[in-house]
Ligand binder design. Structure first.
Ligand SMILES: *Cc1c(COP(=O)(O)O)cnc(C)c1O
Length: 346
């Protein structure tokens, strides 16, 4: 029998479950460009309800969702404030600049957690020679921050500060439901602190494709038009929306298992000489660890354990990322621990 591949590279590697495939197979579809697809409508309505927003828009990817989220709040030449390590600044090719002529104003913050004190005094635009600041973007949970949860009260303070400064507020909530399950604070409470929210179905929720942007009706009407120019009008996409809807109904509460598995995997990683959790804290489903030079570079170490059937992701010369998800069981985590112990003898 083929050895089971232990794939901890990302929570995007999940395969649709039989139940999800059945839902996708049975999905009623229409032409979404004609706004005719009942399954997409059902998904958008359900997500809007969960987030307490007036409307939502299904899009192919989180990258497109964030890009639209930026454009609905900013005109060409405007800037947005964001934490310097966030996904939409780091890993989305500056699409906001390439495609829409927007400027990012990245703000460094310890542990990737932006606070009001970092933002104070930054908004500008009263003078003719200034760039106008329109928007604040936050990410929760934070991808490069090892799945860190931005504390609710901190986000509440930033949200109030943004309103006092007439700035709009966008949340990259690719993994918002991980924060919801880990804290017990409902999604609608987090979402209420933002004008627009991006949600990814293809991360921890385990759907094969798709993200959505949620906000008020007027903003989502404009978002729909922007989706079209980006090539995001997808016709009978109810087939994939059915997977996302299934994920929303069946895969939210179970994220707690991913968090338990991540904490256990963290223990098993840290038990080896020359592997150090960095950061030490594991809030949700993402682990970063540092590889001591005697194990080689992170890339060399990752190659070595891949030959044993354990896949993780090198993220720098010294650091590696491991992520738990729907296709990882508690037994898989123990097996991963055994492989690491073999590869890192005392
Ligand atoms: C994955 C991710 C995105 C982008 O999603 P894609 O579907 O890969 O385009 C955006 N933000 C965060 C925090 C992510 O982890």
């Amino acid at each position: 029998m083929a050895k089971r591949l232990l794939d901890f590279r990302s929570d995007t590697v999940t395969r649709p479950t039989p139940g999800m495939r059945a839902a996708m197979n049975a999905a009623e579809v229409g032409d979404d460009v004609f706004d005719d697809d009942p399954t997409i409508h059902a998904l958008e309505a359900r997500l809007a309800e969960i987030l307490g927003k007036q409307a939502a828009l299904f899009v192919p990817s989180g990258t497109m969702s964030n890009l639209i989220g930026l454009r609905v709040h900013c005109q060409p030449g405007d800037e947005f404030l964001c934490e310097a390590g966030c996904h939409l600044f780091h890993w989305e090719q500056s699409g906001y600049a390439q495609i829409f002529g927007l400027a990012a104003r990245p703000v460094p913050a310890p542990d990737y957690i932006l606070r009001v004190e970092h933002l104070e005094g930054l908004p500008r635009g009263d003078r003719d020679n200034e760039t106008r600041t329109r928007l604040v973007c936050l990410e929760n949970t934070h991808n490069r921050g090892a799945g860190r949860i931005n504390p609710f009260d901190n986000i509440k303070a930033i949200s109030a500060w943004a309103q006092a400064n007439t700035l709009r507020r966008h949340l990259d909530g690719a993994r918002l439901f991980n924060a919801v399950v880990a804290t017990g604070i409902p999604a609608r409470d987090w979402a209420a602190l933002f004008d627009t929210v991006n949600i990814c179905f293809s991360k921890g929720l385990g759907a094969p494709v798709g993200s959505a942007l949620a906000g008020d009706k007027e903003t989502m009407t404009r978002a729909r038009r922007i989706r079209r120019v980006l090539g995001g009008g997808m016709r009978q996409a109810g087939v994939i929306a059915a997977g996302a809807l299934y994920a929303l109904e069946h895969h939210v509460e179970r994220l707690a298992e991913d968090h338990t598995n991540a904490r256990r995997l963290g223990e098993l990683i840290a038990a080896n000489d020359g592997l150090t959790l960095s950061p030490a804290q594991i809030d949700t489903n993402i682990i970063y660890f540092e590889v001591a030079p005697r194990h080689g570079t992170a890339g060399e170490f990752v190659k070595k354990i891949a030959t044993q059937g354990l896949l993780v992701l090198p993220v720098s010369r010294t650091h590696v990322r491991a992520v738990t998800h729907l296709d990882v069981t508690g037994d898989d985590v123990e097996l991963a621990g055994e492989i690491l112990r073999r590869v890192c003898p005392e």
